[in-house]
Design a protein around this ligand. Structure first.
Ligand code: FAS
Ligand code: PHB
Length: 389
């Protein structure tokens, strides 16, 4: 097989990149190790920046997003028993859209199918080769049969545990990492959301987040020890813990129900630099991870893919390698700003017993300052809606 761009991974990064390239007439094949259904079974992000929505608009996959997504003009941070709203429209002049990653992934998969674009699902032993030459290739096995894809470029969109980063020569990249000493226990429940907007709760017992997917599908999270497993958390224990961390008025209106999904995700900040290795370009979680506190993971991935698609279009359409040469630095400049915001909000909203009583006082002082200063709340708002590309 031959294609112009071989994309490893059928998550949001790989799917959006392939659609942006197809729109420019550039051929790409996606190689995905899991099945379509498995990819769609993963419950992940929930908030889309205006910029991400614009990218989905640009490749014609946003009809359901606009029909079923929720446009939010603000969100709340709660602390000391009270909610404090961050007015995104007032302080950043933009909104965000609540629409599950699962749904936009489904929309992009369906669009690729309708447009006759090739995805190899359930590909085993995926490997990348000769990306330091002008003739890279990807090999894989499908139903036990070996295949090779010859290509001009490889896009590493295979997430944090993918094959691309582990295929890089030792010493060819540098990593920067912060692993947080807790996880997020998340549940889905077929219950009406407790509020019309998201609530991020700072509480002495731990962080909590109230989010949603639809008028009758809620997504909730509580900070939990990394040593916990979902078996340690009955639904009743989850609901009691969530209630205890919310302002009383909110806790009283919480409607609970059986969990239909329950999982614990570890939190880390991670960046691998650079993003380019000859004809291999890294994008999305394959290159960086943010703690979900700032709702940046998926939105950073779309930003990378926008820059990378523009660079590849520059190569094929304008016969220029200039944007390929600047891709890594350009994407990293935006990545690090999102890493900072996600790290900042994670440190502000979670309990860190190791920081002691003084650390707790600093959190509450920072929160008090944020809601007494237009400059401070503007900073949070403009980062939450997404910084310019
Ligand atoms: P993905 O990890 O989504 O996709 C990579 C794809 O590559 C996968 O389909 C994988 O199967 C495939 N792959 C891996 N290795 C391969 C190989 N060797 N060969 C072929 N294919 C391979 N972000 C938020 O904004 N909010 C959240 O609440 C949030 N929650 C998250 C919870 C969890 C448990 C995780 C892991 C992430 C969460 N994220 C969240 C971040 C998440 O949304 C990512 O930012 C987003 O999925 C990034 O998309 P991709 O870069 O496409 O990576
Ligand atoms: C979610 O709805 O899953 C969600 C929303 C906002 C976040 C993280 C997760 O910051």
């Amino acid at each position: 097989m031959r294609t112009q761009v071989a994309i490893i991974g059928s998550g949001p990064s790989g799917l959006l990149l392939s659609l942006m390239l197809a729109k420019a007439g550039i051929d790409a094949i996606i190689v995905e190790r899991k099945s379509r259904d498995y990819v769609l079974s993963r419950i992940r992000a929930g908030v889309l920046e205006r910029g991400s929505v614009g990218f989905f608009d640009s490749v014609g996959v946003s009809d359901r997003l606009h029909a079923e997504g929720y446009v939010h003009e603000g969100f709340a941070l709660s602390f000391n028993g009270h909610k404090h709203r961050v007015d995104l429209q007032k302080y950043a002049g933009k909104t965000v859209t609540v629409y599950g990653q699962t749904e936009i992934t489904r929309d992009m998969m369906d669009a690729r199918l309708e447009r006759g674009l090739t995805t190899i699902y359930e590909a085993d032993d995926v490997a990348i080769h000769d990306f330091d030459t002008a003739n890279p290739s990807v090999t894989y096995k499908k139903d036990g049969v070996a295949h090779t894809i010859n290509c001009d470029f490889i896009a590493g969109c295979d997430g944090f545990h993918g094959v691309c980063r582990e295929s890089l020569p030792a010493g060819s990249y540098e990593t920067f990492e912060r692993i947080y000493p807790f996880g997020w226990l998340g549940i889905l429940s077929r219950t009406p959301p407790v509020d019309h907007e998201l609530i991020y709760a700072n509480h002495q017992d731990g962080f909590a987040l109230c989010s949603m997917r639809s008028a009758n599908l809620s997504r909730y999270y509580v900070q939990c020890p990394l040593t916990d497993t979902v078996n340690d958390w009955s639904d009743n224990r989850f609901w009691d813990t969530l209630r205890a961390r919310l302002p009383a008025e909110t806790a009283e209106s919480l409607i609970t129900g059986p969990s239909i999904e329950k999982s614990i995700a570890p939190l880390r900040s991670f960046v691998a630099e650079p993003l380019r290795f000859g004809r291999l370009f890294m994008a999305g979680d394959a290159a960086h991870i943010v703690p979900p506190t700032g709702a940046k993971g998926l939105n950073l991935a779309t930003g990378d893919v926008y820059y990378l698609s523009q660079a590849l279009i520059g190569y094929y359409v304008d016969k220029s390698e200039k944007a390929l040469d600047t891709y890594s630095n350009k994407a990293l400049a935006r990545i690090w700003k999102a890493e900072r915001f996600s790290w900042y909000l994670t440190n502000l909203m979670h309990t860190f017993p190791e920081n002691g009583a003084f650390g707790r006082k600093m959190q509450l002082a920072e929160l008090g300052y944020v809601f007494s200063s237009d400059a401070a709340v503007t900073s949070i708002a403009e980062n939450y809606v997404g910084l310019p590309y």
